[in-house]
Design a protein around this ligand. Structure first.
Ligand code: SAM
Length: 256
């Protein structure tokens, strides 16, 4: 997805910003990951890194009704969309959405009970991100994050090429667990996101949005070609999902 030209990104964001979320995930998966965080305080302070338009931020607010949540993303239009949802739902007292870079979060170290991040930490390099998350957490605090991982040897060239472009360092579950432990965390648990979590709030609305935009751009060959390119991702997943997965990891900063 690292196409350099600006027309690509213009169309890309016209597709992605409209979606309920910008990567695989679901309320059920968030709930399952939260169930592993057994020692959260009653009013936890949560930081959602790379929140996108905030699908999971809003799920967290529902699942933990006494939590206070900070949500950070570097893409200002996504943060504006989340902010509109926060205001529409009357959640301004509990969720603060800000534009920022998760590699230099404007948050005190050792102040967070739960750092959450779905499909975003890899953007700043997983080992680097894990160190940052570790420092943000209070001793005994939790990190819950998802990351793309390989799950079957010998992916077809189109799958390999796609991830080489978007996430060349992508490893296997064992690599992520080693990185989690190297950053000073105890691994609490992990699970693979079910296929439903790729489709319901992500690829199905993406395909619908692409269909809408094909009508909008019916006379614009360049835009149609870009939409075709974007549509290859869900098509690849439909055919080759057995080669890769999204894994939810829950880890804990040791209490002392
Ligand atoms: N967590 C959301 C979800 O699951 O729907 C969004 C996931 S999307 C795959 C990754 C997000 O990370 C994008 O919204 C992108 O703007 C954000 N991002 C990338 N690099 C970032 C950085 N350095 N700081 C903050 N956000 C970043």
């Amino acid at each position: 997805m690292n196409q350099p030209h600006s027309r690509f990104w213009e169309i890309f964001f016209q597709v992605y910003e409209e979606l309920p979320r910008q990567g695989p995930g679901s309320r059920d998966c968030a709930s399952q990951a939260l169930s592993l965080c057994t020692h959260l305080p009653t009013n936890p302070t949560i930081l959602d890194l790379g929140c996108g338009v905030g699908g999971q931020t809003l799920h967290l607010a529902e699942l933990l009704p006494t939590a206070v949540i900070g949500a950070i993303d570097s893409h200002a239009p996504s943060v504006a969309r989340l902010q509109a949802k926060i205001e529409a739902r009357g959640l301004s007292e509990r969720i603060r959405a800000t534009v920022g870079d998760m590699s230099i979060p404007d948050v005190h170290n050792a102040s967070i009970d739960l750092v959450w991040s779905e499909g975003a930490l890899y953007n700043i390099g997983l080992p680097n991100a894990l160190r940052i998350c570790h420092d943000l957490l209070r001793p005994g605090g939790y990190l819950a994050f998802t990351d793309a991982v390989w799950r079957k040897e010998g992916p077809p060239p189109e799958v390999r090429d796609s991830f080489d472009l978007d996430y060349p360092e992508m490893g296997w579950v064992t690599h992520d667990i080693a990185a989690i432990q190297a950053a000073g965390f105890d691994l609490v648990g992990h699970f693979t996101l079910p296929d439903e979590a790729w489709w319901a709030d992500f690829y199905t609305p993406m395909m619908q949005r692409i269909t809408e935009l094909r009508t909008t751009y019916a006379e614009d060959g360049e835009a149609l070609a870009i939409l075709e390119e974007i549509a290859t991702e869900p098509a690849m997943h439909r055919e080759y999902a057995e080669y890769y997965a999204y894994e939810f990891f829950v880890a804990r900063r040791p209490s002392h």
